[in-house]
Design a protein around this ligand. Structure first.
Ligand SMILES: [Zn+2]
Length: 71
């Protein structure tokens, strides 16, 4: 797999994935991804992004409940 930004060969890495949502920020450490050692571009795997999206859907539901109680 090559970097679509600079064409350099990319390597498998563990990366930090940060999410900014309405009202909260979440940082996940050690998410499997690909990184370009040349330009620093990050490519997250589709399966990881899907899993994170699913997790966020649940989190959003619960977070709205928390806001309703707090609110
Ligand atoms: Zn690159």
């Amino acid at each position: 797999m090559k970097c679509s930004n600079c064409g350099h060969e990319i390597a498998e890495i563990k990366s930090r994935y940060t999410i900014n949502r309405h009202g909260y920020q979440l940082a996940l450490e050690g998410v499997p991804a690909f990184g370009c050692p040349s330009c620093g571009a990050r490519y997250f795997k589709e399966e990881e992004v899907d899993a994170i999206q699913k997790m966020l859907e649940h989190l959003d539901k619960d977070f709205r409940k928390v806001l309703a109680i707090a609110g």
